[in-house]
Design a protein around this ligand. Sequence first.
Ligand code: APR
Ligand code: PHB
Length: 392
Amino acid sequence: MHTTVGIVGGGPAGLLLARLLHRVGVDCVVLESMTRAHVERRQRAGMLEQGTVEALRAAGAAHRLDVEGLVHHGIELRFDRTRHHIDFPALTGGRTVTVYAQTEIVKDLIALQLAHGPRLLFEARALAVERPDSGAPVVRFLREGREETLVCEWAVGCDGSHGIARDAFPAAAVRTYTHDYPYSWLGVLADVPPSCDELVYARHERGFALHSMRSPKVSRLYLQVPNGTKAEDWPDDRVWDELDARFAVDGDWTLRRGPITAKSVTPMRSQVHEPMRHGRLLLAGDAAHIVPPTGAKGLNLAVSDVRILAAGFAELHATGSARILDQYSELSLQRVWQATRFSYDMTRMLHAQPDGDAFDHRMQLARLRRITASRHAAAELAANYTGLPLPL
Ligand code: APR
Ligand code: PHB
C-alpha cells in the first residue's frame, strides 16, 4: 500500500489530521489498532478551546458540535466554602470554551471519513515505522493476522502515549521530561443533570473535586484519590458523600445525585518528548506529550499540533516548500510547554498534598485568593484556559 502521509493512530489527532489533509487534496491513510466500537466508546475529556472548535469547523466536522456543544462563558473556582466565577469573555476580549465530549468528536470524524475518505483501517496495528531518515518511510502493520506495509512520503505518529511511532527516533536524538503527581483522579459519569451551568474546580482540605458535564442530562464528576486507588473501593454512595463534602459552600448549593454509569481511576502525569520530528516522521498529540487533566489541555494540544501539521502539508502541497514542516517541532513545542506549565500550576494549586504540608496549603490559598482578587491574575488564567494563540 502507498500514500503521501501515513498516519498511525485513529484518535482525535489522527482522524482530524486525515480530514484536514483530505480537504486540501493530500492523500493519506489512517491505521488504527482497535475496532471502531472500541474507539467510539472510550471516555475522555470534553472541554474545547475556541481554536479547537474552529479547527473542527474548518474540517467540516462541526455540524453536531455546533448544535449539541454547550458554550461556557467561564468556570467556577471554589475554596474556603465560597464560590468565585471567572468570566472568560470579560477577561479575554470575548473568548469562550465549549463542552463537547471527545468520544463524540471521534464518532463525527469517523463517520465523515468512512463516508468520504481518506482510507481508515480498523484493527490494523502498526508494528514499527522504518527508515524515517529516508525519503520513503515505511509503516509495518498487522491486519487479519497478516503483516503488510504502508510506504509513505511522510509518516505521522498519532498513536497516543503507548504508541510505537516514537520508538523509531534514535535514542540519542530524544529527550524525555516527566513529572508524576502523587495522586490520581476517580472519574464518574452519572445520568443526572449537571448541578449548575458551569464547571466547578473545588479545592478542599480533603482533596480536589471537579464538577463537569457531558450534556444537559449527564454529569461528569471527578475526585482526587491516592495513587493506587481501585474504583471498586468506591461504591456509589461513598462517591456522592465525598463529592458533597468537597463541594460544600456557605449558601445555596445542592449536588444532584443519580445513577453512576461509569467509574475509573486515572493517574496524573506530565510528559514531553523532544523533538517532535525526526527525518520524515512527525509526532502529534499524546504520542509526543501528556498533561494532567486539570487544565483540560490534552485534546486541545493534540488539535493544535494537527493544525500546524495540516498547515505544513498544505504549504508543501501548494508551493513545494517545507518551511512550516521544518519548523514543526519548535512551533508545537512552544505551545506544548505553555500548556504543560498551565496544567502543572492548576494541578498544584488545587490538589491537597498527600503529606499535608501546611506551608503548601497556605501557598495554594494565596494563589487562589490572588486570582479572585486581581483582574490581571484572573485574566492570565482565562487566557491560558481558553487557549493561547497558535504560533503560526
Ligand atoms: N497502531 C495503530 N494504532 C495505534 C497503535 C498502533 N501501534 N497504538 C495506539 N494506536 C491508536 C489507539 O488505539 C488510539 O485510538 O492510536 C490512537 C491514539 O489516540 P489517543 O490516545 O486518543 O491520542 P490522540 O489522538 O493524541 O488524542 C489526545 O486523547 O488521551 C487523550 O487527553 C488526551 O484528549 C487527549 C487526546
Ligand atoms: C471533563 O469534562 O472530563 C473535564 C473537564 C475539565 C477538565 C478535565 C476534565 O479540566
